[in-house]
Design a protein around this ligand. Structure first.
Ligand code: UDP
Length: 235
């Protein structure tokens, strides 16, 4: 296996499957199977989960809601998704721990770096909920932050698109995919991989990002094995 410890970032929207809102249990079960396959091979897996399928602070703010209030709702949404994912992983037979950046002790452990790393060493999948615990951030920033903290080898950003293109492939049929691209080139070309805060944090810490299609069964294993099926962003 090319990577020993990974941080997998799943957006909230990924959990919707083909629905318009909420969580698709079948999609969750598929993800759980893919994650089990790689943990069975000894890969240590930490996951940061988004909340966009339930609530986004900016969306609330655009309708007149207080932004910080909305972001608190968004962070709680990521805890809900974390619980759903934890259930699916447990159904697949995987030991898991959910750690939250906001204290919600009856529901999830608080985020404690050393504890998270110990869980990983013991083969438990660690899900990080609650984002960074701060408003005005995204779960992409949480993913990069946690990945650096737990010394992950790479961030795997599982999306429904199979990599980074020079134009939006869902709108432009002539869009060309990059197999590899540098952090500098992503910024120079104005490509969207993550929000700027998350992206530059990854760049400054030389943490590679792989964007790939998580919705195709077996892709996660391919990425871990070093097969380049998505786009690798590196220094
Ligand atoms: N959020 C936040 N701080 C964080 C992470 C998330 O306030 O550190 C809130 C924010 O309102 C965001 C929402 O939680 O819109 C859901 O997270 P995100 O939009 O990153 O989810 P995704 O796009 O991955 O589904």
């Amino acid at each position: 296996m090319k990577y020993k410890r990974i941080l997998l970032k799943l957006s909230g929207e990924a959990l919707m499957g083909n629905r318009q809102y909420g969580i698709d249990p079948d999609r969750l079960a598929e993800y759980a199977q893919d994650i089990k396959t790689i943990t069975d091979l000894g890969v240590e897996v930490a996951i940061v989960i988004g909340g966009g399928n339930i609530f986004r602070g900016v969306a609330g703010a655009s309708k007149g809601m207080d932004r910080v209030q909305g972001d608190h709702m968004g962070m709680l949404a990521t805890v809900i998704n974390g619980l759903a994912l934890q259930g699916a992983l447990e159904d697949a037979g995987l030991p898991t721990r959910l750690q939250s950046a906001i204290k919600i002790n009856e529901v999830a452990e608080p985020f404690i770096r050393r504890k998270a790393m110990r869980h990983l060493e013991k083969g438990r999948v660690v899900i990080f909920g609650g984002g960074t615990g701060n408003p005005y951030f995204t779960t992409d920033s949480a993913a990069v932050l946690r990945a650096i903290e737990i010394e992950a080898d790479v961030i795997l950003k599982g999306t429904r698109v199979d990599g980074i293109y020079n134009a939006d492939p869902e709108k432009d049929a002539k869009a060309i995919k990059f197999n590899n691209i540098s952090f500098d080139d992503v910024l120079r070309k104005g490509l969207k991989v993550m929000d700027t805060t998350a992206f530059t944090l990854s760049q400054e810490n030389k943490l590679p990002i792989i964007v790939f299609d998580m919705n195709k069964k077996g892709n996660l294993l391919k990425v871990i094995s070093g097969e380049n099926i998505g786009t690798v962003v590196n220094v």
